[in-house]
Design a binder for this molecule. Structure first.
Ligand SMILES: [Zn+2]
Length: 215
């Protein structure tokens, strides 16, 4: 899991989702009440599997030479309250955070959004770092939406997945659709997709699309 989480941080850089050190990936350790997360303030270029930090589900450091990411409490809260989640990602990716700054959900106006998110990408509450408020906001919103991504108001993106890779994919797709819907808005009002069609697209993508062995 250290190797997996370390390698996935390179995807945040490759997909232009992060500036400086502001973004992190975590992954639940299979069969343990533990997760692996990025160390705080370490450059992406300097990340190695050994530098990754292991925490318990309260966010306490269990193993590692560095202190854990400052977002560790939010990741830990998600793992405690959403047992089906095995990966969490946080970014301040540009276009998605622009929607978050307005507190505006991204409307479901693209078939790719219906596929991945099953509807709009919702907005979570404004919350300060330092306690469980961010985690509570993430869980409250994502428990009642199909979307694996939430835009935390005035802040940025949190995504979840059944693996760390799935959570990274959701973060990449979230930024992609945030950009496209933003551009669409510049020349007019994007056309909504009827709910029945969103449901059909979501069901097909989640259950039929792709290689069965990779689902
Ligand atoms: Zn943040």
């Amino acid at each position: 899991m250290r190797e997996t989480v370390c390698a996935l941080h390179r995807e945040l850089v490759r997909n232009n989702l992060v500036a400086w050190t502001a973004g992190n990936v975590s992954g639940r350790v299979p069969g343990e009440d533990l997760f692996v997360i990025k160390p705080s303030g370490v450059s992406y270029d300097d990340l190695t599997p050994e530098a990754m930090v292991v925490c318990d589900l309260e966010g306490n450091l269990v193993e590692g030479a560095f202190s854990p990411s400052s977002d560790t409490a939010a990741h830990a809260y998600v793992y405690r309250h959403m047992p089906e989640v095995n990966g969490v990602v946080h970014t301040h990716s540009t276009y998605a955070s622009a929607w978050a700054a307005r507190g505006e959900p991204i409307p479901c106006v693209l078939t790719a959004m219906a596929d991945e998110f099953g509807g709009e990408i919702p907005v979570g509450p404004f919350a300060l770092i330092g306690n469980d408020d961010i985690g509570k906001g993430i869980v409250a919103v994502l428990e009642s939406h199909r979307s694996p991504a939430v835009l935390m108001r005035n802040h940025g993106v949190f995504t979840i997945g059944d693996s760390p890779k799935a959570a990274v994919k959701a973060a990449v797709m979230c930024e992609d659709v945030a950009r496209t819907v933003h551009l669409s808005r510049q020349l007019g009002e994007p056309l909504p997709i009827p709910q029945g069609d969103i449901d059909r697209l979501y069901d097909r993508y989640q259950n039929v699309y792709g290689q069965r062995s990779q689902r």
